[in-house]
Structures are given as structure tokens and as C-alpha cells.
Design a protein. Structure first.
Length: 136
């Protein structure tokens, strides 16, 4: 994920980034397992939710609230929260097949990319600016 802007120097952003790495790794692994028949879609979703659910709660009570106070709600936060609700709904849908799982995971990857390459760097820049301003 993002390694270019220094946003992971912030411990809270670094934690979310590490969680993103784990989510992507698990998503790739379980999709392969579903495709080769060694895992069911339901089992894959259950395993993914073990990582996704606490991660989403952390984002929505942490960095999203910080970003909102920076005026980034309309630019990023509200759409990302909508994604979270949509993912929850899709992962709760009965009889999700492998193609639907793959489509949802593609959206999860896109969502993570927006956070990693857009939201997190913007929040980090704002935090650095605020820190520099408070030193003046």
C-alpha cells in the first residue's frame, strides 16, 4: 500500500494500513480457496469479516471523524462510509456466489486504494500542517 507520502509515520494511520495489508492478503487467499473448492463462499466471508468488522469500526470512530473535522466529509468520508454499509449488506446477502464475491472484493480493493492513496495522505498532511501551525 501507500509508502510514498510518509502518512504511515502516524501510528494510527500505520495501524489502519497494516490492517489493509492483512485484509487484501486474506481476500486474495480466500478467493483462491473458493475458486479451487477448498473453501466455501460463506466460510470466506466469515473469515474476511473477522478482519473487516473491527477495522471498519475503527475507521468510522477514528480517522473518519478526524477527517470530517478537517472538512473532508464530502470529499471522502461520507462515500467511504456508504461503501462500508454496502459491503456489510453484500456480505450479508444469502447465496453469494464466487463471481459476486469476486466483484465485492474488487470494490473492497478500490475502497482501500482510496483510503491509502487519497484520504490517509490528506489527513496526514493536515495533521502535519496543524502541528506546524501550533509551533509558530
Amino acid at each position: 500500500m501507500c509508502e510514498y507520502c510518509g502518512c504511515r509515520e502516524n501510528p494510527k494511520i500505520a495501524k489502519l494500513g497494516t490492517e489493509h495489508d492483512a485484509i487484501v492478503d486474506l481476500a486474495d487467499r480466500v478467493l483462491g480457496e473458493v475458486e479451487d473448492g477448498s473453501e466455501t463462499v460463506e466460510g470466506a466471508i466469515r473469515r474476511l469479516r473477522q478482519l473487516l468488522d473491527p477495522h471498519v469500526r475503527g475507521e468510522e470512530t477514528g480517522i473518519f471523524r478526524v477527517a470530517e473535522t478537517m472538512g473532508l466529509g464530502n470529499q471522502y468520508v461520507y462515500e467511504l462510509e456508504d461503501d462500508h454499509r454496502r459491503f456489510d449488506s453484500l456480505f450479508s446477502a444469502p447465496a453469494l456466489d464466487v463471481e459476486a464475491l469476486e466483484a465485492v472484493l474488487d470494490e473492497v480493493y478500490r475502497h482501500i486504494a482510496v483510503e491509502e492513496y487519497d484520504l490517509f495522505p490528506e489527513v496526514a498532511r493536515n495533521l502535519r500542517s496543524q502541528s506546524m501551525g501550533s509551533r509558530s
